[in-house]
Design a protein around this ligand. Structure first.
Ligand SMILES: NC(=O)c1ccc[n+]([C@@H]2O[C@H](COP(=O)([O-])OP(=O)(O)OC[C@H]3O[C@@H](n4cnc5c(N)ncnc54)[C@H](O)[C@@H]3O)[C@@H](O)[C@H]2O)c1
Length: 303
């Protein structure tokens, strides 16, 4: 049993990490700026961009700190680069400075993003690929990884960095599947961005949560980077069709042919690094889309 702190515990990925950690028998503490729902774990409402995180870590010892906070919205980062920098980079300095002062023996698991790769030249993309972000979000995640490296190299902090590709599942109220569901709830004919031939590498959120927990239990590691994905490319057209099928809805889907600013075109991850530490994604795309569709339909029924 480990003492695990989940930062951003009330967000999409954070909630699933909390659930998985409790299921694995760990003692969990959550931190977020959101108001907490009743749940079976300790919780502190505070901002990571304040001195509160220093005070908090001075009082509560942890074995593992998993940072699922921040902003995960490319479009928002294009419109508000400074806010995105605060949420995705500056907050990491606040956290690691407090870890350095109060919890230097803890393992810090950082959730970065595949957005650091930009439009990769070679697929599947490995962790050693050249980083060429195409959005402020991608640059800020890259800088956040540099902060982890800085604290590992200069202060010996143990950290592991995850680069999730497209995480999906119950609770995600943004991105492709959510937008598609919203449109399909209202219209028979749907128009999506792009050509439909763009590819994504989806990973079910429970798999992503288990991978982050696995990374937290590594005894070694100085900012080692791991792609988090299923390892199989899927076209946006196929994903859209599969969601409609999983929902049991018959809709006509068109693509507008326009590239959305900041969106990479083709993605497929090499996941041999995370496999090498004993993690294997277990939820197939078909199964994961069924679970997601069931959740989306339950939301619609409760409205
Ligand atoms: N969802 C994906 O597909 C995906 C893919 C790659 C990377 N990521 C990254 O994973 C992380 C989590 O993503 P998500 O989809 O769960 O996002 P989310 O928005 O659902 O969750 C983020 C959480 O962080 C909290 N938060 C924001 N600012 C805070 C602050 N100042 N102090 C404390 N808490 C704060 C929010 O209240 C929220 O609960 C983000 O860093 C995102 O960039 C997500």
């Amino acid at each position: 049993m480990k003492h695990i702190l989940v930062l951003g515990s009330e967000g999409f990925i954070g909630r699933h990490v909390v659930t998985a950690a409790i299921q694995q028998g760990h003692h969990v503490y959550g931190v977020d700026i959101a108001d907490k729902m009743p749940a079976a774990y300790n919780y502190e409402k505070l901002s990571l961009l304040s001195a509160d995180i220093d005070l908090f870590l001075s009082a509560h010892p942890f074995d593992i700190i998993i940072n699922c906070a921040g902003s995960g919205n490319v479009g928002f980062s294009v419109q508000h680069p400074l806010t995105d920098f605060d949420l995705n980079t500056r907050s990491v300095v606040f956290i690691l400075e407090a870890v350095r002062k109060h919890q230097p023996a803890a393992t810090y698991v950082h959730v970065s993003s595949a957005a650091v790769y930009g439009n990769p030249h070679t697929l599947p993309v490995t962790e050693t690929a050249q980083l060429q972000p195409v959005s402020p979000y991608g640059y800020h995640k890259w800088m956040s990884e540099m902060v982890c490296r800085e604290y590992a190299a200069l202060y010996g902090l143990r950290s592991a960095i995850a680069r999730p590709f497209s995480v999906y599942g119950p609770g995600l109220q943004k991105q492709l599947l959510w937008d598609l569901f919203q449109k399909a709830s209202r219209q028979q004919e749907i128009v999506l961005w792009g050509t439909g031939e763009e590819t994504r590498d989806f990973i079910f959120v429970e798999d992503a949560a288990n991978a982050l927990l696995r990374m937290g239990t590594l005894e070694t590691g100085t900012s080692t980077v791991y792609n988090l994905a299923y390892g199989q490319p899927v076209t946006v057209r196929h994903a859209a069709g599969l969601l409609m099928e999983s929902l049991g809805w018959n809709r006509t889907i068109h693509f507008n042919g326009e590239v959305k600013e900041g969106d990479p075109r083709f993605w497929q991850a090499d996941i041999s690094a995370i496999r090498a530490i004993g993690f294997e994604p277990s939820v197939s795309l078909v199964e994961g889309f069924k679970l997601t569709a069931a959740w989306l339909l339950s939301l619609k029924e409760s409205q």
